[in-house]
Design a binder for this molecule. Structure first.
Ligand SMILES: Nc1nc2c(ncn2[C@@H]2O[C@H](COP(=O)(O)OP(=O)(O)OP(=O)(O)O)[C@@H](O)[C@H]2O)c(=O)[nH]1
Length: 339
């Protein structure tokens, strides 16, 4: 039997949809100290787009896509971690740390509980920090959401990101609000989640006693969390998309539906180009860019996910069809999509 000397540190990376978690994860992965990290990514909306947006390294990246990490897939999380430990014991892998990127809709408590309430988990792992990324521009739109409040309350490090998108006054107001919500967490303001690594890794900032002040029944409470208000629509096709139509559809979506679209992202197969196009947005802020060339050994396909409040699936499907099918004329489809 292997002698177990050090617990494996776990960084829980949380924060609302589009706040900058993947950007932060990519920074972590570029840093040599994080070689041999086990990365667990949980996405809302049954797609693997996030793992496509994570830089490719030697690290073990495991996706959980069929549900939310704080609800129905906690069992999967524990199983994944146990499997990793078996591989470590057999000396098949090295595991320097675990980094978990939760969905933007995850409550923090159940993820924290995973490491405290299961005997094997608490024997092998210790939470290094709970880091919550906050979108300085869009936070005010979501402050009434339970998930957002919990993510902030349970943080021991708050990365106040996207500070380039707000004025100094707005930034000060948000900082004050965050301090009211969590007086103990360290607060770091960033652009593009640029946190110095020594503020992020091996900081041992997680303190159970602090978390118990937020929720005294943290170690006994079971979780009943349903993302009632927020839903997702995933669209996929092998057929190429017509760029001009994609642009039109997106201008419509962003301008007219931006408020209800919390997060959307996708990898697109555009007709007559050799490059994958990656696009993503948060409410009305949206960006698309050419990514890498399609590889010969991969099928060219498009996959899009929309996450939002009361999404109209039929309308989204029609818009998508408009981008694929030249014969499909949306003017025939009533009022929708007039720009
Ligand atoms: N202007 C601005 N954009 C940012 C900043 N940080 C991240 N972004 C952009 O915001 C978008 C969302 O960033 P991600 O890192 O994917 O956010 P996320 O929290 O992982 O998103 P989900 O996993 O979908 O919840 C991307 O288009 C980023 O390029 C920032 O500081 N300023």
């Amino acid at each position: 039997m292997m002698v177990h000397q050090h617990k494996i540190p776990v960084t829980i990376l949380t924060g609302f949809l589009g706040a900058g978690k993947t950007t932060l994860l990519n920074r972590l992965l570029r840093d040599v100290r994080n070689r041999h990290a086990g990365i667990i990514i949980n996405e809302f909306g049954e797609t693997g787009i996030d793992s496509e947006l994570v830089i490719k390294t030697q690290e073990e990246i495991i996706e959980i896509n069929k549900g939310c990490i704080c609800c129905n897939v906690r069992g999967d999380l524990i199983q994944i971690l146990k499997d990793l430990i078996v591989k470590v014991n057999k000396r098949e892998i090295n595991l320097s740390r675990i980094i978990i990127e939760t969905t933007g809709l995850a409550n923090s408590a159940p993820v924290i509980q995973t490491f405290l309430m299961d005997e094997i988990m608490s024997y092998w792992f210790e939470i290094d920090s709970v880091c919550t990324v906050v979108d300085a521009k869009h936070l005010p739109l979501h402050l009434d959401q339970e998930e957002v409040q919990e993510q902030i309350a349970f943080a021991d490090l708050i990365v106040l990101n996207k500070t380039d998108l707000v004025s100094t006054e707005e930034l000060e107001a948000i900082k004050t609000r965050l301090k009211q919500m969590n007086v103990n967490a360290e607060l770091i303001s960033t652009i593009n989640s640029e946190v110095p690594m020594n503020k992020l890794i091996d900081i041992k900032s997680f303190q159970l006693s602090e978390k118990l002040k937020v929720r005294s029944n943290l170690l006994t409470d079971s979780h009943h969390h349903h993302h009632n208000k927020v839903g997702s629509v995933v669209l996929k096709t092998d057929k190429p998309l017509i760029l001009e139509r994609v642009n039109k559809w997106f201008s419509y979506l962003v301008q007219i539906k931006g408020e209800t679209l919390y997060r959307y992202k996708g990898i697109l197969n555009i007709k007559d180009t050799d490059y994958r196009v990656v696009f993503q947005g948060v409410h009305m802020l949206f960006a698309g860019k050419e990514d890498r060339k399609w590889r010969k050994d991969e099928g060219r396909k498009s996959e899009l996910v929309f996450i939002g409040n009361q999404l109209n699936q039929e309308e989204l499907e029609k818009g998508f069809r408009y981008c694929i099918d030249e014969e499909f004329d949306l003017r025939m489809e009533g009022n929708f999509f007039k720009l």
